[in-house]
Ligand binder design. Structure first.
Ligand SMILES: [Zn+2]
Length: 455
């Protein structure tokens, strides 16, 4: 590419001192000043995107699906140091928190070239390497080596002068929840000094935080679309936030600006991949209103607590318990949409018959959680079957089974745990295909399940 052509791809902007910028913030700013401000961004020679045809791009090799991490290569997703030429992933690290990182850099509280010191940050327990880590059909939405990055690729990062960051971290903790204390007091849980530590109901838990790392061809395949269709949708629907989705078809990895997941393990981690051991699993999608603040309009927190209690019991009975918490607030529609739907429900006559329709009126769809990528973490943990699935969702069930992981038993939330105002939701969901051992209401009967009014 000629220097002239290169310039086309670059926004070469003049240096402006912060004091000069401030001088434009006087009252009554006119359009002229606004334009001048935009042209005086304190960024020099910054490229809006790189192109596959640029003569200087030299992405580090990325062989997604290679079983040997050194053959697979590290995910490089930072433009600092020599990352502009050498990055092999589009997007930014840390999902939505990438914007806070930018604020820290922008406000000059963080040197963008800061090199992290990972001393003593290594995993608190070992997750056994699984053959699924080297299978590009089974894992497409997380980096199977993401927890080992600082130690595996330190030399690669230094030699190539690029920033390589972990996307998974592994730790241990004690959990204290009022409901677990009550479960011990009422005799539902026994203190064993290992999983349930004491009469306060404190739990021993092993935790894994995972940020999303998408292998675009694999993600497209899960959704039954082409890679080009996926790239186009991601590029356009985020208002062009990631131009390299279009300009760098050679780069196959994307770190999306979405929340990740947290794994909570009760019992021996090694038992997760041991088919001889029973596994109880709760897959839970975030619901801040209920999970944290106890709203009674849905069954989220009660089902989560039930899931934790059953996971603990499984571990105590010689098996292993697992809870996976996904950051997909309000069916991945977000909390603003969720409250708008609540209002429409409460003002329009809140019945189970109208439940999904109210969401569809506002969001256009009833759900955006798309469980297709969810089973990746199960593959990563080496899980090959689920004995007790603590979920009624047909979407979660089908996604797991389609990934070749059989589910032996499905366990609905017990009736006595369903909060008063959430009957509307649960009856509507059961009618639409959620698993139940109880009665499925007819369309006419759904009209009789009525939610509370505001007054
Ligand atoms: Zn909820």
């Amino acid at each position: 590419m000629t220097p002239a052509a290169l310039t086309e791809h670059q926004a070469v902007l003049t240096q402006t001192q912060p004091a000069e910028l401030l001088s434009h913030t006087h009252a009554g700013a006119c359009a002229h000043h606004e334009i001048k401000l935009a042209n005086e961004l304190p960024v020099e020679g910054f490229r809006l995107a790189t192109y596959t045809s640029d003569s200087d791009v030299d992405a580090l090799p990325m062989n997604w699906g290679a079983a040997d991490p050194m053959a697979r290569g590290p995910v490089v997703c930072s433009w600092y140091k020599d990352g502009m030429a050498k990055h092999n992933a589009i997007g930014a690290h840390a999902g939505p928190y990438s914007v806070y990182h930018a604020l820290a850099v922008g406000s000059k509280q963080l040197d963008p070239s800061y090199v992290a010191d990972y001393t003593n940050a290594e995993p608190a327990f070992k997750v056994k390497e699984q053959k699924q880590w080297g299978d590009s059909d089974k894992i497409v939405s997380m980096d199977p080596f993401g927890h080992l990055v600082p130690w595996l690729f330190a030399d690669v990062g230094a030699k190539n002068n690029v920033d390589i960051r972990p996307t998974i971290s592994i730790t241990k903790a004690h959990m204290q929840m009022a409901e677990m204390k009550e479960a011990v007091e009422k005799g539902r849980l026994r203190v064993d000094g290992d999983v349930v530590i004491n009469s306060n109901g404190d739990l021993n838990v092993q935790k894994i935080a995972v940020e999303p790392v998408w292998y675009l061809p694999g993600v497209a395949e899960r959704f039954g679309i082409t890679e080009a269709e996926l790239r186009e949708a991601l590029f356009k629907d985020t208002n062009g936030m990631y131009p390299e989705l279009v300009t760098r078809p050679d780069i196959k990895v994307f770190l999306p600006p979405i929340g990740g997941l947290t794994v909570y393990i009760f019992g021996d981690v090694a038992d997760l991949s041991n088919p001889e051991k029973k596994l109880a699993l709760r897959i839970h999608d975030e619901c801040n209103g209920s999970d944290v603040f106890g709203s009674d309009i849905c069954t989220c927190r009660p089902y989560l607590i039930f899931g934790i209690e059953e996971a603990v019991k499984e571990a105590q009975n010689g098996g292993v318990g697992l809870v996976v918490y996904f950051r997909k607030e309000g069916r991945a529609l977000g909390e603003v949409t969720k409250y708008l739907v609540y209002n429409a429900r409460k003002r329009g006559g809140d019945t189970a018959a109208e439940y999904f329709h109210r969401t569809e009126c506002i969001a256009g769809v009833r759900d955006m959680r798309f469980q297709q990528l969810m089973p990746d973490v199960l593959h990563w943990l080496g899980i090959t079957k689920i004995d007790r699935m603590l979920s009624m969702s047909n979407m979660k069930h089908d996604a797991i089974v389609e990934q070749g992981i059989p589910i032996i038993e499905r366990i609905p939330i017990p009736d006595e745990l369903i909060p008063p105002d959430s009957r509307v939701e649960i009856d509507a969901k059961i009618h639409s295909g959620y698993f139940t051992t109880g009665k499925v209401l007819t369309k006419d009967e759904l009209k009789n399940t009525v939610g509370r009014t505001w007054s």
